[in-house]
Ligand binder design. Structure first.
Ligand SMILES: Nc1nc2c(ncn2[C@@H]2O[C@H](COP(=O)(O)OP(=O)(O)OP(=O)(O)O)[C@@H](O)[C@H]2O)c(=O)[nH]1
Length: 201
């Protein structure tokens, strides 16, 4: 199975940290302002799954970004929407993103693609401003899955996010997508930071 996942959320919530954690099992602290698509393969229930993961900074200015946003929605088989549990504005933004994704999908008549909501930075619970229950309730109300994780502290919880999404995608009807033109597991940090221009497809 080959599936496309878009990782979205506001600035500094840990989108790159989550993606890099999945790819390398490591947390390196600083990630720079990278927008990249990575390819990562792993086994689930004896089957090889290849995920193409688009780590994208979010622009709230959808009037400017509409065509890029539509491109992402057309491309995506699933979404990881990230907020920081210490940043209420990032949580509110995820809530708005879900509505925008759903209305764009309706507008484009795109396939139903599952969404996972991720509350990141769980290790900073002394600075928490968003309760777990709020995340859980948002997920319940919008038919999404919900996880709270710490990309800084834990690889397995991050793995669970992507496994959970893969399981939901298996249930959803998947249409064949145009291949990205590159594949393979990203194995080293230098490969992780090899940039891929997103306007090339
Ligand atoms: N304590 C803690 N810090 C984290 C965690 N995840 C990410 N960070 C930190 O938060 C900052 C932003 O992380 P990034 O992964 O660059 O966030 P991003 O969402 O990709 O940011 P942009 O690319 O600017 O949109 C960095 O300083 C990370 O070290 C976490 O789980 N816990």
């Amino acid at each position: 199975m080959d599936a496309n996942i878009v990782v979205m959320g506001t600035e500094s919530v840990g989108k790159s940290a989550l993606t890099v954690r999945l790819l390398t099992r490591r947390f390196i602290g600083e990630y720079g302002d990278i927008e990249s698509i990575y390819s990562h393969s792993f086994m689930v229930d004896g089957r090889e799954i290849t995920l193409n993961i688009w780590d994208s900074p979010c622009s709230e200015d959808l009037s400017v970004e509409t065509s890029l946003f539509e491109k992402k929605v057309q491309w995506a088989d699933g979404y990881v929407l990230v907020y920081s549990i210490c940043d209420r504005a990032s949580f509110n933004s995820v809530s708005r993103l879900i509505q925008t994704i759903k209305s764009t999908k309706d507008y484009l008549n795109a396939d139903k693609a599952p969404i996972v909501i991720v509350g990141n930075k769980r290790d900073l619970c002394h600075r928490r401003t968003v309760l777990s229950e709020e995340g859980r309730l948002l997920a319940l109300n919008t038919d999404c899955h919900f996880y709270e994780v710490s990309a800084a502290e834990n690889y397995h919880s991050v793995l669970m996010v992507f496994h959970g999404l893969v399981n939901r995608m298996k249930d959803a009807k998947m249409t064949m997508k145009r291949p990205l033109g590159f594949k393979g597991i990203v194995k080293s940090m230098s490969a992780v930071f090899a940039r891929r221009r997103t306007d090339s497809f």
